[in-house]
Design a binder for this molecule. Structure first.
Ligand SMILES: [Zn+2]
Length: 126
């Protein structure tokens, strides 16, 4: 994939990430009020966090995974990690390049359309 293309997807991912962090900050402040378990500012969440794995970070991750936007944030961080590793845009299952139209719509896509469909079918039990 060309450098300009990667930059475009990185921008898309970072923009989406900002939006999610905003959303999560709002839901987290509501969450903290009821549990009195504030573990720092979510905006400091970095995508290197998952590599560090302390207790506070495990809790943070548990919180993130409790919401749909949190899970989406995780997938976006994974995509950014792949982008920096130079592994972006390839299907994580079959290794073929993911269709451009799919990446435009879902820049954090992990699978190509064929593999995605197969996965959905497996989930549906067909
Ligand atoms: Zn595939």
């Amino acid at each position: 994939m060309k450098k300009e293309e990667l930059e475009k997807y990185e921008k898309l991912l970072l923009k989406k990430r900002e939006e999610l962090l905003e959303e999560l900050k709002i839901s987290k402040s509501q969450f903290s009020e009821t549990t009195k378990d504030a573990t720092g500012d979510l905006s400091s969440y970095s995508y290197h966090m998952a590599d560090q794995g302390t207790d506070a970070m495990e809790r943070e991750k548990a919180f993130l995974f409790a919401s749909k936007s949190g899970r989406l944030l995780y997938h976006i961080d994974e995509a950014l990690r792949r982008l920096r590793k130079g592994d972006f845009g390839n299907c994580q299952n079959c290794g073929k390049p993911i269709q451009k139209a799919r990446l435009e719509a879902v820049p954090h896509a992990r699978l190509c359309i064929e593999c995605k469909e197969r996965e959905e079918e497996a989930k549906a039990g067909r």
